[in-house]
Design a protein around this ligand. Structure first.
Ligand code: NIG
Ligand code: FE
Length: 409
């Protein structure tokens, strides 16, 4: 017996380019999928079928966080003083940074990483996230990278958020390979990537292409090797310095290029042409106390598909709150609310190569966010207040908001 359910609202933001908004209608859900979007006149609801009426509440696809470093251990709150004194991310990297987290993560058991990541996922669900991408990259050796990816794999299916995994062993150069980045990449290519592939622990491979991490040439060599093994590609590009990372992403056919605060105009054009998604991460600019946000207006003008994500990680964005990233996109990047919603739904789905989520459309998974607010502008009216009234994952109500709703009139 199939399970039928209807969700009603007077503002259903579908993110479907053919029919972006339904003013007063129903989402008909059968089992885990959307069966139809119906106007009030079209709907013929049989007696006894469950209807959730969210009239007065904006309904959107569940949010997709397309860039997180979910699995890691430890905290880096001790970096705050250095940041307040004006030390840069790259300076801080010398004394703490990614390698500090690598030490903590190597020391952490599977169980500790699992429990911590599970708690993070619960907080993300409360922000409206129904799917996310999780990168490894705090192990930097075969054993720990595999442990982190196994945690992500095992959490997928044992809590509500679906997880797409990315192998990011090329996140930094571990102490064993200090001063020998090419040897480290050889080790990843020969000893680690084949195991990740065989165990099917990741669909994507990512590399931190940046001064003091991996050069353009090294990133290209590594990504090409990963592509030959059948991985889809991502790249942390032009985050701090403009080094041609976006151009490389376009050249190699990366699914997405991420960060892009320092992207060049040519990089933007190349991405538009290649269909590479720009995954921008405003939390990171904010948390690093920088002034430069990714040039989203230029990207949109050139026709680049945009995703907005948290970059959840212990160093440059310890907040898992996607609504915070969305608010920064509006208030710091001056994006309009509808473009922001598209970037955490349809755009973010493109960034993780998913074609069954990110829109409220027949055949898509019934992953749905219900807001306390009644329209996209109101969603951004009280930044800092959680706007999640309900979350549905694959047709099941999996989260009920606990906020005291604002009186809206
Ligand atoms: O995406 N840029 C590289 N990696 C992370 C930061 C990692 C860290 O500082 O621990 C990022 O911002
Ligand atoms: Fe990142």
């Amino acid at each position: 017996m199939s399970n039928e359910l209807y969700i009603r609202s007077d503002r259903i933001f579908t993110a479907d380019p053919e029919k972006p908004v339904l003013f007063d209608g129903y989402i008909k859900i059968v089992d885990d999928k959307i069966d139809a979007l119906l106007t009030v006149n079209e709907a013929d609801i049989p007696d006894g079928v469950k209807v959730h009426d969210y009239t007065g509440h904006l309904v959107t696809p569940g949010f997709i966080d397309a860039h997180t470093h979910l699995v890691h251990a430890g905290s880096r709150h001790h970096e705050l003083g250095a940041k307040l004194r004006g030390e840069s991310y790259l300076d801080i990297h010398e004394m703490s940074g990614i390698l500090y987290t690598v030490r903590k993560t190597r020391d952490a058991s599977y169980e500790a990483l699992y429990e911590r990541s599970k708690a993070t996922l619960q907080r993300m669900l409360a922000c409206g996230v129904t799917t996310l991408e999780a990168k490894s990259g705090y192990g930097l050796d075969k054993e720990t990278e595999i442990r982190c990816l196994e945690v992500a794999r095992d959490l997928n299916g044992y809590q509500w958020i679906d997880i797409e995994s990315t192998f990011m062993g090329a996140h930094a150069i571990p102490p064993e390979f200090e001063g020998r980045p090419d040897d480290y990449l050889d080790y990843l290519i020969k000893d680690v990537l084949p195991v990740i592939k065989r165990k099917r622990l990741a669909r994507f491979v990512d590399v931190f292409c940046e001064d003091k991490f991996f050069t353009i040439e090294q990133s290209e060599r590594f990504l090409k090797a990963a592509k030959e093994m059948g991985f889809l590609l991502k790249i942390h590009a032009d985050e701090i310095t403009s080094s041609g990372g976006a151009e490389l992403a376009a050249k190699l056919g990366c699914v997405s290029a991420e960060h892009l605060m320092a992207v060049s105009d040519k990089g933007i054009k190349d991405m538009a042409k290649a269909g590479t998604v720009a995954c921008v991460l405003p939390n990171t600019t904010y948390f690093l106390m920088e002034d430069t946000y990714a040039p989203v207006k230029k990207m949109l003008k050139e026709g680049v598909t945009l995703a907005i994500s948290t970059d959840y990680n212990p160093g440059s964005s310890p907040t898992e709150n996607i609504q915070f990233a969305m608010a920064l996109a509006v208030f710091m990047m001056k994006m309009n609310p509808v473009d922001v919603l598209l970037a955490v739904t349809r755009g973010a789905a493109a960034a993780i190569d998913r074609h069954d989520i990110g829109q409220l459309k027949e055949g898509y998974l019934a992953d749905i966010f219900v807001s306390y607010s009644r329209d996209p502008d109101q969603l951004f009216y009280r930044p800092g207040s959680n706007q999640t009234k309900r979350v549905f994952k694959k047709g099941k109500m999996v989260y009920r908001g606990t906020a005291v709703p604002h009186i809206l009139h």
